[in-house]
Design a protein around this ligand. Structure first.
Ligand SMILES: [Mg+2]
Length: 286
């Protein structure tokens, strides 16, 4: 129950026998594992949640309220309480949704976003740091909204919705091979960047970050992620806009340029989610 992350095979080597059938369309390809930082690049990854974080509303919640009958609400409450998985919840929600892509996207594109995200992306890239959006939401509206912010080329690790004969269906190209609690496995992305030599900064706001923040070296938290950090004893930095993260990153870059060893201290915690602690094939946390 307390296996250290360094003692467990990488996720790709896990037993995938419990994996559900691969989606035949693979509407969205899986994002490949990250490459190691090259010489001269700041060995840091800034991983950023989307709903409630870059988008200042929870776009998924807005879409559910507008387009999806209320049958999912009890399941959503169980998810927020940490008793249910997001993958089965999103699958349920889309199974009862009758809306088309265009009308859902039109509402998603009207949601407010934090305009200071673009400056953080620019600073991270100028230093050679990785910056990625990691989102366990409906996914299909993330790229169009990042394009509106001028950062449509940022790596996005998320789920997707495909419409077949007009009916929406969730697909999960970035899930864990042996754990189906989440749709997109944020943990994998945090640990993948660590495995190739980066320190990982995670920026988030809520319940979908619970299985990522505890593995990161630095956490910026607002909303319900603050309570999750405090309940678990994870250090965090409060933030309001990406200007706060950008100010912190400016200091990190300056220190690293003076001394390449001056990086945020690494954090190593035992696995607290996934097949190593729950066994393979779960769809809900125990
Ligand atoms: Mg969020």
């Amino acid at each position: 129950m307390t296996a250290d992350v360094s003692e467990v095979p990488p996720d790709g080597e896990a037993d995938a026998s419990a994996a559900p059938p691969t989606d035949p369309d693979r509407a969205t390809a899986a994002v490949p594992d990250p490459e190691p930082p090259r010489p001269g690049e700041l060995p840091l990854a800034v991983l950023v949640d989307y709903d409630g974080t870059i988008a200042t509303t929870d776009v998924g919640d807005v879409l559910m309220a507008a387009f999806i009958p209320g049958a999912w609400e009890a399941a959503a409450a169980a998810y927020d309480a940490g008793r249910a998985g997001s993958r089965s919840l999103m699958t349920l929600e889309m199974a009862v949704c009758r809306a088309g892509r265009e009308e859902m996207l039109e509402l998603a594109l009207r949601q407010p976003h934090d305009p200071t995200f673009a400056a953080l992306v620019a600073r991270a890239r100028a230093a050679g740091a990785a910056v990625e959006v990691v989102s366990d939401g409906f996914g299909f509206y993330v790229r169009p909204n990042l394009e509106r912010l001028g950062v449509g080329d940022v790596t996005i690790v998320t789920n997707d919705v495909v419409w077949r004969s007009g009916r929406p269906e969730m697909v999960f190209p970035n899930g864990h091979p042996a754990c189906f609690v989440c749709g997109t496995c944020k943990r994998r992305r945090v640990l993948a960047h660590k495995a190739v030599g980066r320190r990982v900064v995670f920026v988030g706001d809520g319940h979908s970050d619970r299985y990522a923040a505890g593995y990161a070296d630095v956490v910026f938290a607002k909303g319900s992620l603050v309570g999750l950090c405090e309940a678990n004893g994870w250090a965090y930095r409060p933030w309001a806009t990406f200007r706060d993260v950008d100010t912190w990153l400016a200091g990190v870059v300056d220190a690293w340029r003076r001394d390449p060893a001056a990086l945020p201290a690494p954090v190593r915690r035992p696995y607290y989610c996934g097949p190593e602690v729950w066994g393979p094939g779960r769809t809900d946390p125990p």
